[in-house]
Design a protein around this ligand. Structure first.
Ligand code: NDP
Ligand code: 8X3
Length: 250
């Protein structure tokens, strides 16, 4: 039977590339994000190109009512893989100069949003006695670096929640994996730097970061192992990066 993958944050970056890769392999997709035009365009493109079913759901993961009603609206609720990818960094201030708006955005999206989406989908997987949740963490969830403070805290929370989900869903036969990328060039830095495209480009000066397609290939790999195998935690960087602190810039 054709499998279905539910990908949050599919309007850009990792989520969009992951949608394309699973579509190419014949999966049906449920793709989400706030930017409706992008979502509809991607849905139209992938359904035609790969002859698959694509359901676009436009909602903000920070709003639990929107999350629940979007998932309730699905006619086919058989979700094989959930990729909890929607997320962001906002701001690079020291913690003592932090902006509450930045903190709220990161905590509400990366932690509470991931929980809301998971809470709505886990009962469907439990009912089916199968499923796979792939959470997108970060090297920022393994280490804390200067000016990373609240973003790092949210990704440490994703690290903890991934472990918690794996323990608590074990008896239901549901796999839980965490994929933790290092630096990859997407819209991430532009969002973190509040829309400053020039400054965002300079984040990647002098080295080769990963691409969205690189991370999509890792997510696809993790999601397509034999039934008895579960990657618990996978940290991945480009060859130029050892960890959050060491980047080999030319
Ligand atoms: P992008 O900015 O390119 O994409 C982020 C996606 O998340 C967009 O589709 C955006 O959609 C969605 N999103 C953000 N906020 C919300 C929200 N409130 N509700 C719904 N969707 C939302 O970033 P990346 O692809 O790089 O990031 C994806 C994930 O990977 C994030 O969790 C990020 O923290 C993590 N990550 C990124 C790394 C990097 O270096 N790029 C490294 C490690 C982890 P829309 O705006 O349309 O809602
Ligand atoms: C994104 C990677 O290095 O900006 O999670 O924290 S980093």
């Amino acid at each position: 039977m054709t499998k279905t993958v539910f990908i949050t944050g599919a309007t850009a970056g990792f989520g969009k590339a992951t949608a394309e890769l699973f579509a190419e392999s014949g999966y049906n997709l449920i793709i989400t994000g706030r930017r409706k035009e992008r979502l509809t365009a991607l849905s139209d493109k992938l359904s035609k190109k790969y002859n698959i079913e694509v359901t676009p759901l436009c909602f903000d993961v920070r709003n639990n009512d929107e999350v629940v009603s979007a998932i309730n609206s699905l006619t086919n609720k058989n979700i094989d893989i959930l990729v909890n990818n929607a997320g962001l960094a906002s701001g690079l201030n020291k913690i003592q100069d932090g902006l509450l708006d930045d903190w709220d955005k990161m905590i509400d999206t990366n932690v509470k949003g991931l929980l809301y989406v998971s809470k709505a989908i886990m009962p469907l997987m439990i009912k089916n006695k199968s499923g796979h949740i792939i959470n997108i963490g970060s090297t920022a969830g393994k280490e804390v670096y200067m000016n990373g403070n609240v973003y790092c805290a949210t990704k440490h929370a994703v690290n903890a929640l991934s472990k918690a989900m794996r323990i608590e869903l074990l008896e239901h036969g549901i796999k839980v994996s965490q994929v933790c990328p290092g630096a990859a060039e997407t819209e991430f830095s532009e969002v973190r730097l509040h829309g400053d495209k020039e400054k965002a480009k300079r984040v990647y000066d002098g080295y080769e970061p990963m691409t969205a397609e690189d991370i999509a290939s890792i997510i696809y790999y993790v999601g397509n192992l034999p039934k008895n195998l579960c990657v618990n935690d996978l940290v991945v960087t480009s060859l130029s990066q050892a960890n959050s602190f060491y980047i080999n810039r030319k």
